[in-house]
Ligand binder design. Structure first.
Ligand SMILES: NC(=O)c1ccc[n+]([C@@H]2O[C@H](COP(=O)([O-])OP(=O)(O)OC[C@H]3O[C@@H](n4cnc5c(N)ncnc54)[C@H](O)[C@@H]3O)[C@@H](O)[C@H]2O)c1
Ligand SMILES: [Zn+2]
Ligand SMILES: [Zn+2]
Length: 330
């Protein structure tokens, strides 16, 4: 099959690699209909993140059609249209049971192979999906491939970032980074009730999108944070949602959060240390939340529809009982 593979720093190759085959009874082979590039692929591309085998098919955002399945796959049939979170999960372990599917004991990330182990990614004609019963979700009727593609990572991660920030309607929030994830964090924050959101980036087009989504833009390369100071009477933000993944964004998050506030970080920063010291965290009574989005469990909470520039989205917070009920029907 044809795939886009990582071949070293700043080198992505369109080449032929072996077709995936069913390796275990719980595997499914998906014929990819659409795939996307995540900001996380860029960490690999720039070699900020190292260790991936050369020749690995990149990407972990994909939707497609089931073309083959193992004997133990009960929830899907050949021909089903499916969406996938960016990591696989078993649905049974402690972490899956508490909704932290990104830390499933059997978790694997699509598009990450190291020392010949791991999974090829979705920027390819076909993908092997292990633990398919508990990883994949059928694309519901009325949801397009475009919409489903957003759910597998970008939208789930944005909403997760907002969820971690413990949004209150009267609070003041800053989203740092207006890439796809940051923009979805703005939407997520709004869905959780935030009314005052500042959005920070240096790319005007992205700030323009942030404005469309209801945030007040701040271009950090030319502007300043006076507005934030004014609305918060100099305190700073109740929550900072960081969707960049570098040291300067981490430092900015610390500088902008008020004492007692929350920094919710989804940006993947490959530096050895945080941008603030333990005593600086102490001096702000800081709550710092960080980590990989449990996309599989968030996908079940989000219903979305996307058309052109207009994003409408409904966010359903289901009870654990409802989530488990849904999962067992999938
Ligand atoms: N935690 C997770 O599960 C998870 C999931 C998906 C993506 N991510 C991470 O989220 C981050 C964002 O992903 P994306 O796809 O939106 O990436 P992206 O590269 O498209 O967007 C990043 C944005 O940050 C802006 N930026 C850079 N430095 C900045 C700074 N100092 N202050 C403000 N803005 C700055 C850039 O101009 C860009 O618009 C990446 O680090 C990615 O690896 C994490
Ligand atoms: Zn991603
Ligand atoms: Zn699990």
């Amino acid at each position: 099959m044809k795939a886009l593979t990582f071949r070293g720093k700043h080198t992505i190759q369109f080449e032929t690699i072996n077709d995936p085959v069913i390796e275990s009874d719980e595997d499914v082979i998906v014929s990819v209909k659409q795939c996307a590039i995540c900001g996380s692929d860029l960490h690999v591309y720039h070699e900020h993140e190292k260790g991936i085998d050369h020749g690995t098919a990149m990407g972990h955002e994909f939707v497609g059609e089931v073309v083959e399945k193992g004997k133990a796959v009960k929830n899907f049939s050949v021909g089903d249209q499916v969406m996938s979170p960016f990591t696989v999960s078993c649905g049974d372990c402690y972490y899956c049971s508490i909704g932290l599917t990104s830390r499933c004991v059997k978790s694997q990330l699509f598009g990450w192979r190291e020392k010949d182990k791991g999974l090829h990614g979705g920027q390819a004609e076909f993908v092997r999906v292990p633990l398919a019963n508990s990883t994949l979700i059928k694309i519901p009727d009325g949801v397009t491939h475009d919409e489903a593609l957003l759910l597998g990572d970008v939208m789930s991660t944005g909403f997760f970032c907002a969820h971690q920030a413990n949004i209150k309607p009267g609070g003041i929030y800053v989203v740092i980074g207006c890439g796809p994830v940051g923009l979805m964090a703005i939407l997520g924050a709004r869905e959780y009730g935030a009314q005052k959101i500042f959005a920070v980036d240096s790319v005007d087009e992205r700030l323009q999108h942030a404005t469309t989504f209801g945030a007040t833009p701040i271009n950090y390369s030319t502007g300043n944070f006076e507005m934030l100071n004014e609305v918060s009477q100099g305190r700073g933000a109740d929550g900072v949602l960081e969707a960049v993944g570098n040291k300067s964004a981490g430092k900015l998050a610390y500088d902008l959060v008020r004492p007692g506030g929350i920094i919710s970080t989804v940006g993947v920063c490959n530096d050895a240390n945080l941008s603030f010291s333990p005593v600086e965290a102490y001096n702000k009574n800081l709550t710092y939340k960080v980590g990989r989005c449990p996309a599989r469990s968030f996908m079940e909470k989000i219903d979305s529809s996307y058309s052109g520039k207009k994003i409408q989205c409904r966010f359903h917070l289901l009870s654990p009982h409802e989530i488990i009920g849904r999962r067992s029907r999938l």
